[in-house]
Design a protein around this ligand. Structure first.
Ligand code: URP
Ligand code: ZN
Ligand code: ZN
Length: 472
């Protein structure tokens, strides 16, 4: 048995902040107390640092085929960058194809990740159609694969977009199975109309990506999805909420008593639509969906996090090089692959801009970056908290170091950083995944393939605190 003691740090969970030492035995937290001393245990000094539960990124697209290319960061570079950024678990989207058994893409996602991931990971399953075959397959996917969340795209017409009937049937099926439905909420048909109108008028620059996907298209789709959730008496998680229109729809649904949750992303909290007007096609670096919004939305999103009608932060990591990938759309914004590199900076940006600037508390920070996702996606209390018996997924975080985000120092595989030049405070120093060092004194010391696949509990079991179902 290996033993490590993290000494002199301040432990922070979603509910408490206190000074204590923490004993790790093999993969788990074994003891929390004052002045722990055990002969032979390795001592890790956390003086002046916070000791956080490892971040959980509920929304990534690693090595994802999209927009005529494949996202650049894979399960190797993506999970290494995630670990540098304080994330110790992520959930990636397994993209399915109509007319095919769901088992094939799941196999593909296992093959992409198994020997590469340096931290633990799970999959959400994209649903693009509901038919007899899909209905027959789903129970075993929950049971055997532990994939307990389904994703429906309401946008990307003729690519991923599902119709309302499919969304409604997915919601009904998820209710029966105890799964959580996730939606990309934008009105794909209206966007398609606006895009054609822009192209016909000769408007091809990156900014037209934003102008053809207005906030109303997101607000409308969010409202439609929440109402269908109410009608199906089901459960919904709205991914990447970018604007007040959408956040307000989630708030309204929650006030009606609907079981609706919302996620935003760091990019919507700190960047705005003007970035897409950068000259020399640089605006393409900021093309993702939903698009960046007018700046005033940022404070609205912070308020939504503070007041709890948005509950989580995902990175929506889907990175493409500026040169060789984003430039597929140099003459036509619709050909710019949608997505950006955010996996590494998600945790620290939320700390610096959120906690340091007084917008959220330290405990809310932990809830938003880790605990809430663990609860919603069937990982709690194995993941998402610091408690005896939980996995020792831990971040020792220096809250005072000042640094500048840059492509020159990041660990993602892409040739730019969306937050280039941003000055932030706070940085993960040492990161453990199930008791093993992955990052030690800001150096990567993990192993490819050390990350475990996470079979997750069902949403309905989390609701009833049926945590015995969490043993995997
Ligand atoms: O532009 C984005 N967000 N790309 C990834 C796919 C998605 O819509 O989440
Ligand atoms: Zn999306
Ligand atoms: Zn996404």
């Amino acid at each position: 048995m290996t033993q490590k003691i993290i000494k002199n740090g301040t432990i922070v969970t979603a509910s408490d902040t206190y000074q204590a030492d923490l004993l790790i035995e093999d993969e788990q937290i074994a003891l929390i107390g004052q002045g722990l001393a055990i002969e032979g245990a390795e001592i890790v000094d956390a003086s002046g640092c916070y000791v956080f539960p490892g971040g959980i990124d509920p929304h990534t697209h690693l090595e994802m085929p999209f927009g005529g290319t494949v996202s650049k960061d894979d399960f190797e570079t993506g999970t290494i960058a995630a670990a540098f950024g304080g994330t110790t678990s992520l959930i990636d989207f397994c993209i399915t194809r109509k007319g095919e058994t769901l088992k094939n893409p799941i196999k593909e996602w296992h093959a992409k990740s198994k020997d590469k991931a340096v931290i633990d990971y799970g999959f959400h399953l994209m649903i693009s159609e509901i038919n007899e075959n899909v209905l027959n397959e789903l129970p075993s996917i929950l049971e055997d694969e532990g994939i307990t969340s389904f994703k429906v795209f309401m946008a990307y017409k003729n690519v991923f977009q599902a119709d309302d009937g499919t969304l409604f049937q997915t919601l009904k099926t998820a209710k029966e199975l105890g799964a959580l439905v996730m939606v990309h909420a934008e009105n794909g048909d209206v966007i398609d109309y606006l895009v054609n109108e822009a192209l016909e008028a000769g408007n091809t620059d990156p900014i037209y990506h934003a102008l053809t996907r207005p906030p109303e298209a997101e607000g409308e789709a969010t409202s439609r999805a929440t109402e269908l959730t109410g009608l199906a008496n089901s459960q919904l998680y709205v991914v990447h909420v970018s604007c007040d229109e959408s956040a307000q729809k989630i708030k309204a649904a929650r006030e009606k008593g609907y079981d609706v949750w919302g996620e935003t992303c760091p990019q919507y909290l700190v960047l705005d639509q003007s970035y897409m007007e950068k000259p020399n096609f640089e605006g393409a670096k900021y093309v993702w969906s939903p698009p960046l919004r007018e700046k005033w939305n940022q404070e609205k999103l912070w308020m939504a996090l503070k007041n709890g009608y948005l509950q989580t932060i995902g990175s929506d990591q889907c990175s493409f090089d500026f040169k060789g990938q984003k430039d597929l759309g140099i003459d036509d914004f619709t050909k710019i692959p949608n997505g950006g590199p955010m996996i590494e900076d998600r945790f620290s940006i939320l700390f610096s801009e959120g906690v340091k600037k007084g917008r959220i508390t330290l405990n809310q920070f932990v809830d938003i970056t880790s605990t809430r996702s663990a609860k919603l996606f069937g990982l709690y209390p194995k993941k998402g908290t610091i408690a005896v018996g939980s996995d020792a997924d831990i971040v020792i975080f220096d809250p005072n170091v000042e640094r500048t985000i840059s492509v020159d120092t990041h660990h993602m595989a892409v040739d730019y950083n969306a937050f280039e030049g941003m000055e932030i405070t706070g940085e993960p120093v040492t990161v453990f995944s199930r008791g093993e060092f992955v990052i030690r004194d800001k150096q990567f010391v993990g192993k490819l393939g050390a990350g475990n696949y996470l079979k997750r509990a069902r949403y309905c079991d989390m609701l009833t605190n049926n945590s015995d179902k969490l043993t995997v």
